[in-house]
Design a binder for this molecule. Structure first.
Ligand code: WTA
Length: 664
């Protein structure tokens, strides 16, 4: 990880200054500017926040009287729906296209492209808000569940809920019934919005059927609204389920619902994310701080302008889509692409054709997508014109330098900014990037870059002391920042324990990182039991729980192993129940069972059957040992192990697997 050499690479000289409003500065100069931003304390954020439209200005920038439950812009009143929709619909951007939606189905071209202007969006959001309020009686303090594919109704429902001060919780449409039920129960949602189905790789995902199954075990859902997307017959339960178009037909075209003047520190949404143990945590985000961070990072990381067509290829079901499809770009009045389906359907160049067709100028994608494109080959890119693109970033997992170089060359033409922005569900928005202010620092393949202005990131050792440069440690955020979580829904103690207890007073991220001599961070991956499969955040614990629900499984240990395209995939070691015969189909059956019960994002390289698992004397599975054996690294200290023979078991299973691979 050299630094000066990398910076002097010719590509940094070739960055086209005309493409960017930012000033290109040296890392040293940026670190001076960054230091000055920190010297201002929380007040640094005031000038950013002032650029939003507040109904009532805040009285206190940061309330830190009850750490770690920090509150930003206390006393301020604001509304995220007003900021994203009304502001533009009531102004000169009213006829500007907000959303360019492209459906997945394709025959000799995209079958459906829909454009919504800011005025269209305003009308739709108001009508849906009217429905939620008048028909379903929802208001402040309520929560609505949303389980929709990538269709315009998804952002519309999020914005309509925000308008009423109703918190929403979106469940990624790739999750299955159990995940829907768990989230609805934890969030105590009263209404669930779904669709008859969603398109994925030319097939219909039967969302309504999944909802029906989920609702067998939910306690609070009273009503279901169904968007007609794919058109097939679905079961509608009388008194509970209704089609959106039917109920909406009774709502006046010009319905208007006054946006609630919510408090800055009121909850905007709950988004469930995986951690080390237990069920996913409901991360709660506020309105004022969150919107402030998004405004800052839309300007800084993406240099967003009115002329841009912004495309974030993530799914709205994850935080990237919440922040950089729904709230960020719309708040800035940008035009953006919303694409329904798989990036490589029906051909590997579907995504390039979208860039070309809609003149995408700012592209936000993921390392897994890039590695998938690499696998298909550059001919799929070179046959299209991608010269509209002027800035790109990736997100979700570390980007390997080869993938970075390949994409920078083919799409970036070696002259446009391309970074790997680091952040997570909990941070609300981007915190580390090579475009960390109205500045750009020189790029290096694979790096994340320095922290944005006003954010104090560092790397600590186990004792909570900063490590020297070029030394691996734990990534931490040393001060509160706007966009930070309010808490974990219904579990504030867990919020304190998970994030604020390892290093008291400091936010523990759960990633390994290195800081280099230029102050750039290189995030190396998770330091806990969380997997990043194709950028999707999945707890090993969740996959183990899914496995042991199968009648044949007694115990299971799941670990992550490297994968050339997906970054990481799961590998499971399973102890079968006594009497289960090891049928050859059982492995596939288990993988299918997990896909059905958890979601298709759970990808296993292999499921092994063993008789023992390495455990501590107190009976806890030592995943560290399993992972070390599975990845072929040092097993390390095993003195606390109950039975050393279990390590041999795993070695043997892997050995057999490798031999099997050789034979096939
Ligand atoms: C990882 C996604 C390296 C990291 C926005 C983090 C990254 C987790 C990057 C959060 C990046 C995200 N380089 N690693 N540019 N971006 N990560 O909550 O391990 O789904 O902790 O949020 O993704 O995942 P989450």
């Amino acid at each position: 990880m050299t630094t000066q050499e990398e910076i002097n690479l010719p590509f940094n000289e070739m960055i086209e200054p005309k493409l960017l409003r930012h000033r290109v500065v040296s890392p040293q100069l940026y670190s001076e500017i960054h230091k000055r931003s920190l010297d201002q304390g929380p007040q640094f954020w005031e000038s950013v926040a002032r650029e939003l439209d507040w109904f009532k200005p805040w009285e206190k920038t940061l309330d830190d009287s009850n750490p770690p439950f920090y509150k930003w812009f206390v006393g301020g009143e604001v509304n995220a729906s007003y900021l994203t929709v009304d502001r533009h619909a009531n102004g000169w951007r009213r006829n500007k296209v907000a959303l360019i939606w492209e459906g997945e189905p394709w025959s000799d071209g995209p079958k459906e492209v829909k454009k919504l202007t800011y005025l269209d969006l305003y009308r739709e959001v108001n009508r849906v808000a009217y429905l939620l309020k008048e028909e379903y009686g929802l208001g402040r303090g309520d929560t609505v569940g949303i389980y929709l594919p990538m269709i315009p109704e998804l952002p519309i429902f999020m914005l309509a809920a925000a308008r009423l001060g109703v918190a929403f919780t979106v469940v990624f449409s790739g999750f299955s019934a159990q995940a829907v039920a768990d989230r609805m129960n934890d969030a105590e949602a009263k209404l669930l919005v779904t669709a008859d189905g969603g398109w994925r790789r030319g097939k219909v995902v039967p969302l309504k059927d999944i909802v029906d199954k989920a609702l067998e075990s939910t306690k609070t859902i009273r009503n279901v609204l169904v968007v007609r997307r794919t058109g097939q017959e679905v079961r509608m339960e009388k008194g509970r389920d209704r089609y959106l178009h039917e109920v909406l037909s009774k709502v006046p075209q010009n319905a208007y619902v006054e946006p609630e003047r919510v408090k800055s520190e009121d909850p905007l949404y709950i988004l469930y994310t995986s951690g080390t143990t237990g069920k996913p945590k409901g991360i709660v985000h506020d309105v004022g701080g969150y919107m402030t961070l998004l405004h800052a990072t839309m300007k800084w990381a993406f240099d967003i302008r009115d002329e841009d067509v912004f495309w974030c290829t993530a799914d709205i079901g994850w935080v990237t889509g919440h922040s950089y499809i729904v709230f960020g770009p719309l708040m800035e009045g940008a035009t953006e692409v919303l694409y329904e389906g798989a990036l490589d359907y029906p051909e590997p160049d579907r995504w390039v054709s979208i860039v070309e067709r809609h003149n995408v100028s700012v592209l936000y994608t993921s390392p897994t997508a890039i590695r998938t494109f690499m696998k298909y080959g550059e001919q799929w890119i070179t046959k299209h014109d991608v010269s509209s693109v002027r800035l790109m970033h990736s997100v979700g997992e570390p980007i390997n330098p080869e993938a970075w170089r390949w994409f920078f060359k083919l799409v970036g033409k070696e002259r446009i900014p391309f970074g790997s922005t680091w952040w997570m569900t909990e941070t609300g928005g981007i915190l580390i990037t090579v475009t960390p202010g109205s500045y750009m620092v020189p790029m290096k393949p694979g790096t994340n870059g320095p922290p944005i202005l006003g954010v104090a990131a560092n790397v600590y050792n186990d004792e909570g002391k900063p490590v020297p440069e070029e030394t691996k440690g734990y990534l931490v955020i040393e001060r509160p920042w706007p966009g930070m979580p309010l808490t974990i829904h219904r579990d504030p103690e867990r919020y304190v324990k998970v994030y604020w207890s390892k290093f008291p007073g400091t936010f523990y991220v759960g990633d390994y990182a290195v800081k280099d001599k230029d102050g750039y961070f290189w995030i190396l991956g998770r330091a806990d039991e969380v997997l990043k499969i194709a950028g999707h955040r999945i707890g090993t614990y969740e996959l183990e729980s899914a496995l042991i629900q199968h009648p044949a499984v007694a115990e299971a240990a799941v670990v992550g192993v490297p994968d050339p395209v997906r970054g990481e995939v799961a590998e499971a070691f399973v102890i079968l129940r006594g009497g289960t015969s090891v049928r050859p189909e059982l492995k596939e059956e288990l993988a299918k069972f997990v896909r059905e019960n958890y979601g298709p994002i759970a990808v296993f390289r292999e499921i092994h059957f063993v008789n023992k698992l390495p455990k501590t004397r107190s009976g806890k599975i030592m995943r560290r040992v399993v992972r070390a054996v599975a990845t072929g690294s040092e097993v390390g200290d095993i003195t606390t192990l109950e039975d050393e023979a279990s390590v041999e078991e795993i070695r043997k299973a892997l050995q057999e697997f490798k031999e099997e691979l050789k034979r096939t």
